[in-house]
Design a protein around this ligand. Sequence first.
Ligand SMILES: *Cc1c(COP(=O)(O)O)cnc(C)c1O
Length: 384
Amino acid sequence: MKKIQMVDLKGQYDDIKDVVNPSIQEVIENTAFINGPKVHEFQKNLEQYLNVKHVIPCANGTDALQIAMMGLGLKPGDEVITADFTFAATVEVIALLNLTPVLVDVNEDDFNINIEAIRKAITPRTKAIVPVHLFGQCANMEAIMDIAKAHNLYVIEDNAQAIGASYTYKDGTKVKAGTIGHVGATSFFPSKNLGCYGDGGAIFTNDDDLAHTIRGIVNHGMYERYHHDVVGVNSRLDSIQAAVLDAKLPHLDQYNKARQIAASKYDDVLKSVEGIITPVRTKRCDKACDNCDCHVFHQYTLRVKGVDRDTLVKHLNEKGIPCGVYYPIPLHKQKAYADTRYNEADFKVTNQLVKEVISLPMHTELDDDQIEFITTTITSYING
Ligand SMILES: *Cc1c(COP(=O)(O)O)cnc(C)c1O
């Protein structure tokens, strides 16, 4: 059996190196390192894939979120509601822009932001909601867009973990994750579902004016060369990274499929194990969903009940199985984001999830032997 890795980037590279290598070489030969033709080609191809009017590439996913908020003109003191259970980048940029982060609880089943908690957190100062499509599955966007409409709020989707996932409306209409809110942000960090070979990110929107504003912000607030109309940043996707991404984009659906297949194989064994709760796929429509792509499994995350999570992690590690705990501390308990206004009773679910979650190896190269070894190791540990 091949050594089990949390993420196997080498195996994936070996498969596509005949396409990726010449593409990188081409950028080097023509020396168009910044804003070269590869960046434009990738942008166009991603717009088409997502069926969104504008993709604005940038330097990383954290920048993408920050720039989206800058583009919407959010001002110091504006309150931005987001999930307590996510990677810190989401709340970091809110704080960095001197906006006021308002963290709220998530759902126990799909780990995504809780709709009632959003409703409860709205004040006259609330200006935006940032749902995070955690672990590869969309938050309840239909409900979130309804709340946003009723209260005149912006919705910024943190789509760093769900690129390529579909969101299905109640009536069966499907759209791509990240294209539902006013603006979406994603990351091309190497381990993400569409990862480059360094840092990268992008912003999506269907709004022409917002796209124009954002294109200036990523480039020092310039709309005309050496005319700086707004305070911007320097955040660009390298041409070399665009070359990698453009070579990988045609494989994204197949990569996500490989993750879904691995997830089903994990499910088949683990769903009947006492003390283990396998990840939920939220079904939002009434249509038959045999070939559902609503969850793209950036992470395959179990919850354990009545089993000590940390001892299980240690046991798996000893058997050569890496696993992750995403996330071990709720954001409202992090020193940087603690706030006396928060009330512990409002974070029942996150406080519980941080003790229960365990993410198993998940990538496009997992094979049957590895999955069998992982599931057998877990099962025999739990059954003693
Ligand atoms: C990875 C990630 C980010 C940040 O992306 P970077 O490219 O690493 O800056 C933001 N939000 C979430 C939920 C992420 O998983």
